[in-house]
Design a protein around this ligand. Structure first.
Ligand SMILES: [Zn+2]
Length: 277
């Protein structure tokens, strides 16, 4: 029996707006509705950012608190993951929501370039975010934008600075960062398996590469991320009508590769998270 595939839905992100796709959920109410549909479609992790009413990104802990409360009520059991990414705040602001104790939080352990700026993750900030996650018993999802990030995360887990076993996401196709390259993808997987045999991993591709990474990950036994944060289209001419529509596309790929889709219970078991939400 092949291992179940965890589907993560990245519902909003910091970048896409309603001008790009009116289905991008911006208000807390929209986010809860969109996540609920995606949960019913098969997603078991919700990767969350929050926005101001004018659609600009924020890291306001009150908004995260309201979102988390709504998700626990309407999507019971779903794994809640908050982003500590750098587009929504600076310095310690990026971890201001961690005392809310989400199941998981994203963590990038090194710097790289983004389309128009440096994605700055200085060692002292990374250590602080990691320490906060340990303090509040939050499992990190490591966002690897570069091979050095894989090595750094393994080292941090070995040193006890991260709650293991590692869960790592290989991000490909962000302009000016790691391109979508199958040999590099295979090397990422091989290297992580060599350095941390108990690690689990997933992958994310941006825009039209979302489905490419979904396919590679499902075929190689990993987990997947989809959602409007990374991609607002079904194809060149069709906007995705919802986050759920993108989740359904990942479910179809799981069927194609004969991978069962992980329930939230299975996802919690695989990630060694408590079953009680
Ligand atoms: Zn994100």
């Amino acid at each position: 029996m092949p291992n179940p595939c965890i589907i993560c839905v990245a519902i909003t992100g910091s970048v896409p707006t309603k001008a790009a796709n009116p289905a991008v959920p911006i208000t807390i109410t929209e986010q809860i509705e969109s996540t609920h549909e995606a949960f019913e479609a098969g997603a078991s992790i919700a990767h969350c950012h929050v926005r101001n009413d004018d659609e600009t990104p924020t890291s306001d802990p009150d908004k995260f608190a309201r979102l988390g409360e709504g998700l626990r009520k309407h999507c019971p059991g779903m794994i809640i993951q908050y982003s500590t990414g750098g587009r929504s705040g600076a310095g310690h602001e990026r971890g201001g929501m961690l005392p809310l104790k989400p199941d998981m939080a994203s963590l990038t352990v090194g710097s790289n370039n983004f389309p128009t700026r440096v994605y700055e993750n200085a060692p002292d900030l990374v250590d602080w975010l990691a320490a906060e996650m340990l303090k509040y018993d939050i499992k990190p999802e490591i966002e690897a934008f570069d091979l050095s990030h894989v090595f750094q995360a393994v080292k941090m887990a070995e040193d006890g600075r991260l709650k293991g076993p590692l869960y790592m996401q290989f991000v490909m196709g962000v302009k000016n960062a790691m391109p979508v390259d199958k040999e590099v993808f295979d090397f990422y997987v091989k290297t992580l398996n060599r350095l941390a045999p108990d690690a689990q991993w997933c992958g994310a591709g941006i825009a039209q590469n979302q489905i490419v990474l979904n396919d590679w990950c499902i075929a190689a036994g990993g987990h997947v991320r989809t959602g409007l944060e990374d991609n607002v289209r079904l194809d060149r001419t069709t906007l995705a009508p919802s986050n759920a529509a993108l989740v359904k596309r990942a479910v179809e790929l799981c069927d194609k590769h004969r991978r069962p889709v992980a329930s939230w219970q299975q996802a919690r078991e695989i990630l060694q998270l408590p079953l009680a939400a």
